[in-house]
Write a protein that binds this ligand. Structure first.
Ligand SMILES: CC(C)(COP(=O)(O)OP(=O)(O)OC[C@H]1O[C@@H](n2cnc3c(N)ncnc32)[C@H](O)[C@@H]1OP(=O)(O)O)[C@@H](O)C(=O)NCCC(=O)NCCS
Length: 170
């Protein structure tokens, strides 16, 4: 099996991969508004229906009120429930990180639940310990999830300080 890039992901693809699962992103994930992804990868079943998805887009962040810089925001990572634990997350994450390296920014960033930080650490992500805020329709809030970043270019680091996502989280 391999991950392929899709032109877009709409409600049909989400319905297929969610397969009726409620709160697949743990509830808090479902409550927030997320930035629209511009690039999508999927593992497709024999019938062409997605079994796993991941998305990416270019976002902007400012750290410690410094000059804003672009990041590749990665999100919408999901494997349909019946297929978890068989390596599909690895397939979509490796593929979306290939896409991320094409996009140009030197860093990727994502939000996840605490228990998934070990999964993302295996793909080169590091915890951001400082608070991270982002925009929501109701205003700016502290994102109530763990934030992680990964270098996409040699020598990229992450500056210390509070992080503002200039837009919705990804
Ligand atoms: C998180 C999720 C994508 C993992 O999918 P999966 O198909 O079970 O993962 P894989 O089988 O590809 O596992 C990839 C690696 O992560 C590890 N892993 C998987 N789930 C994990 C978990 N909950 N905690 C820690 N490690 C985990 C696996 O051991 C594997 O490591 P290895 O390749 O070194 O053996 C899946 O559980 C899911 O879709 N959950 C619901 C949506 C969600 O929470 N998405 C993440 C949003 S940030």
């Amino acid at each position: 099996m391999q991950a392929v890039e899709l032109d877009g992901v709409g409600s049909a693809e989400w319905e297929a991969v969610l397969a009726g699962e409620q709160q697949a992103f743990g509830g808090v994930g479902e409550e927030l508004s997320w930035a629209r992804k511009t690039r999508h990868v999927a593992v497709l079943g024999d019938d062409g229906v997605p079994l796993a998805l991941a998305g990416a887009m270019i976002g902007r962040v400012a750290v410690a009120e410094g000059q804003p810089f672009p990041v590749v925001g990665i999100g919408g990572v999901i494997v349909t429930r019946a297929m978890r634990g068989r390596g599909m997350a690895r397939l979509v994450l490796e593929a979306i990180l290939d896409v991320a390296r094409e996009l140009g920014p030197e860093r990727a960033m994502l939000f996840c639940r605490e228990r998934l930080t070990t999964l993302y650490a295996r793909f080169g992500f590091h915890l951001i310990e400082s608070p991270v805020t982002a925009e929501q329709p109701s205003g700016r809030l502290i994102v109530p999830m763990r934030a992680m970043w990964a270098p996409l270019a040699d020598g990229a680091g992450w500056p210390a300080g509070e992080v503002e996502v200039l837009g919705e989280p990804f």
